[in-house]
Design a binder for this molecule. Structure first.
Ligand SMILES: Nc1ncnc2c1ncn2[C@@H]1O[C@H](COP(=O)(O)OP(=O)(O)OP(=O)(O)O)[C@@H](O)[C@H]1O
Ligand SMILES: [Mg+2]
Length: 283
């Protein structure tokens, strides 16, 4: 069987900020039509990894390859032009600007030419409405501010934009962390759709219930290093949970809470045995 070329690949990448080693010798491959979930505690280097992939940072050592070719991005704009779209949780949208504006972000279709060239708002609105419709979000008026959409819908505008403009790689930094169950499922469904459309997706989350259903593989970072890449078929949901930020802590927290509960029950038992007779006496 011939090995497929990964759509995006990090080869022995390190990133230093002065004396801080934010990433150390990371190698990871993501193929098109695949979702790689990036796990790790706070400060593990997840954001640094995706910023290095998306042209915000340059690797100190190592190489990034896009479709087998070495890639050096001077800025995120270059990475975007090469087909790497990144959705940052807070910077994804400009709330006061319209849905259409946020969708196109300066790449609106135009009519006319020379000094008469202007944005074709009718066409732009129609495309924005149609692309959002494709993912099941019915936008009545695409000229309404994006701030009027729910958090999940806003994330979807950012993802729809990436897909529409032909991204090959979609990188998402905690797109579901601030969302309720229903909205998170809208975003997750869309991630699954991007995967089915053949994009290579890299997805950061702290929530195993979000990670497990959509991921094909997991990479775990700890203090800038990789603890390994795991295919989904080789790892259970419980194992992922334990690897995730605070998995071990959650277990010991469970034990502590059980201990509290036991002493609470004992106290309640002691109280009720002393209270009842007094109540009975007052009646
Ligand atoms: N621009 C920078 N200059 C100096 N140090 C940095 C810079 N960016 C990140 N770091 C350091 O690199 C380490 C990894 O940070 P990073 O933001 O990648 O973590 P993270 O895994 O995304 O954490 P979180 O889950 O909290 O978002 C941290 O110790 C951080 O302080
Ligand atoms: Mg981060």
């Amino acid at each position: 069987m011939s090995e497929r070329t990964p759509m995006i690949e990090m080869c022995n990448v390190s990133k230093h900020f002065g004396s801080v080693i934010a990433l150390s010798d990371i190698s990871v491959q993501v193929h098109s039509g695949e979702v790689m979930c990036l796990l790790g505690d706070n400060g593990a280097g997840k954001s640094t990894l995706i910023k290095t992939l998306s042209g915000v940072h340059r690797p100190t050592h190592g190489e990034i390859r896009l479709n087998g070719e070495p890639a050096r991005f001077k800025s995120p704009a270059y990475a975007l032009d090469a087909g790497i779209a990144t959705v940052f949780q807070d910077l994804a949208m400009i709330p006061l600007m319209s849905i259409t504006r946020n969708f196109f972000m300066g790449r609106e279709p135009t009519v006319g030419w020379g000094p008469l060239k202007r944005i074709d708002w009718k066409l732009a609105d129609r495309i924005a409405k149609q692309e959002m419709g494709k993912i099941g979000i019915d936008v009545r008026d695409p000229s309404q501010p994006v701030g009027t959409l729910s958090g999940g819908e806003r994330q979807c505008v950012a993802i729809a934009r990436a897909v529409y403009f032909g991204a090959k790689v979609l990188i998402l930094d905690e797109p579901t962390s601030a969302l309720g169950v229903k909205q998170a499922s809208v975003v997750l469904r869309y991630i699954a759709k991007a995967r089915a459309d053949g994009l290579a997706v890299i997805f950061i989350t702290h929530n195993v219930h979000h990670a497990y259903p959509v991921a094909d593989a997991f990479i775990l970072l700890k203090r800038g290093g990789s603890l390994g890449t795991f295919r989904k078929e080789d790892i259970t949901r419980e194992e992922v949970l334990n690897m995730m930020a605070g998995g071990a802590e959650l277990e010991s927290l469970d034990a502590e809470l059980a201990e509290f509960q036991r002493s609470d029950t004992e106290r309640a038992d002691a109280d009720t045995s002393g209270v009842r007779p007094r109540l009975a006496a007052g009646q």
